[in-house]
Design a protein around this ligand. Structure first.
Ligand SMILES: C[S@@+](CC[C@H](N)C(=O)[O-])C[C@H]1O[C@@H](n2cnc3c(N)ncnc32)[C@H](O)[C@@H]1O
Length: 291
C-alpha cells in the first residue's frame, strides 16, 4: 500500500502548509531584491512551487526557508527560476500553428493590404527560450515570402526572466524541444552542435527579444497578432481579466489573440473579441466594441 505521505493529496497539503505570513515575506524579498512582483500569481500555485524549494533545501520550517532566501543570493535565484516555469517546444500544439499558417495569417495579410498598411507587428508574450516566436518566424519564412517583401515585419518576444531570454538569443536547443517540428524544418533550419541543435541565424535575426513584465502597462506593444500561450494559467482570474483587457487595448482593430489550450477569455473582456477558432483558442478583436 502507498504510505499516506506519498499520496497526491498529502503533497498538496504540504504545499498548503506554507503559511500566508511566510508567503508575504517571500513576496517582499522578491519585490525588494529582484523587482519581481508575485502578487498576481495564484497563491496555491506559489505555495506549491515554494514548497518544492523548501524540501530541496531541507529547511525545517517555512520561516527557516524565508531566512535562507533572505541571506542567500543563490537560493533567491533558484526560487525565481522555480516560480517561472519555462517549459516550451517548437510548434507546441502544432494544430494551432497550422491554423495560423492556413487561415489566420493569410486573412491578416489580406486585411492589411486592403487597409493599405505596409507594416505588421507580432508579439509573443511569455516567450520563454524563444521556441514560440521562432516557430512563427519559420512559418513566415516558409509560407509568406512575398509578404515578407511587401511588409515591414516586427516580431517582438518578451519575458520577465532575463536568463531565459539569454538562452533564447543563443538559440541552441535540446532534441526534445524539437519533437513537434514538422518534417523537413529541422534539416533546413537547425544544425547539430554537440548534443544540441543550433537555430539558423536567418531565423534568429527575425525576432527581437526584450525583458518585460506583462503587468507593466508601459511595456505593451501595439500589435496585429499576440501570442500569449501557457502564461495566464499561473494568474488569478481577476489578473487574467486585467491582462486580457490590456491585450485588447494593444491590438490594432481586427487584431488576433492566441491563447494556450487550457486558457480562455474571462469575464467582460469577451465582449471585446469574437472567436475565430474555439478549439485552438484564437480570438479577434471586435471592430465594434463599447470600450
Ligand atoms: C510555460 S512558459 C510558456 C512559453 C510559451 N509561451 C509556450 O507556450 O510554449 C511561461 C513563461 O511566462 C513567463 N512569465 C511568467 N510571468 C511573467 C510576467 N509577469 N511577465 C512576462 N512573462 C512572464 C515565464 O518566465 C515563462 O517563460
Amino acid at each position: 500500500m502507498i504510505p499516506p505521505t506519498l499520496t497526491k493529496s498529502a503533497t498538496d497539503e504540504t504545499s498548503l502548509d506554507f503559511p500566508d505570513h511566510a508567503l508575504a515575506r517571500v513576496r517582499d524579498i522578491l519585490k525588494a531584491r529582484r523587482n519581481f512582483d508575485i502578487g498576481s500569481y495564484k497563491d496555491k500555485y506559489l505555495k506549491r512551487r515554494i514548497a518544492i524549494r523548501v524540501r530541496a533545501t531541507h529547511s525545517a520550517t517555512a520561516d527557516a526557508y524565508c531566512e535562507l532566501v533572505a541571506r542567500n543570493e543563490g537560493e533567491l535565484e533558484l526560487l525565481v527560476k522555480g516560480l517561472t516555469i519555462h517549459v516550451s517546444q517548437f510548434f507546441r500544439n502544432r494544430p494551432t500553428f497550422e491554423k495560423l499558417r492556413e487561415e489566420v495569417l493569410p486573412a491578416l495579410f489580406e486585411r492589411l493590404r486592403c487597409d493599405g498598411r505596409d507594416h505588421v507587428t507580432f508579439w509573443s508574450v511569455g516567450c520563454a527560450s524563444g521556441e514560440e516566436p521562432y516557430s512563427l518566424a519559420i512559418i513566415l519564412r516558409d509560407s509568406f515570402g512575398e509578404e515578407l517583401k511587401q511588409f515591414k515585419v516586427s516580431l517582438v518576444a518578451t519575458d520577465i526572466n532575463e536568463g531565459i531570454l539569454n538562452a533564447a538569443c543563443t538559440g541552441a536547443y535540446s532534441p526534445e524541444r524539437l519533437a513537434e517540428v514538422p518534417a523537413g524544418v529541422k534539416e533546413r533550419y537547425f544544425s547539430p552542435v554537440g548534443d544540441r541543435f543550433l537555430l539558423a541565424p536567418a531565423v534568429r535575426e527575425m525576432v527581437e527579444f526584450r525583458r518585460s513584465d506583462l503587468f507593466n502597462p508601459d511595456s505593451s506593444i501595439e500589435s496585429d497578432l499576440i501570442l500569449c500561450r501557457n502564461v495566464l494559467i499561473y494568474f488569478e482570474r481577476g489578473e487574467q481579466a486585467r491582462i486580457l483587457h490590456g491585450f485588447a487595448s494593444s491590438l490594432r482593430t481586427g487584431g488576433v489573440l492566441v491563447l494556450g489550450k487550457a486558457e480562455t477569455l474571462v469575464g467582460e473582456v469577451r465582449q471585446r473579441f469574437t472567436t475565430l477558432c474555439p478549439v485552438e483558442r484564437i480570438y479577434q478583436k471586435s471592430r465594434f466594441s463599447v470600450y
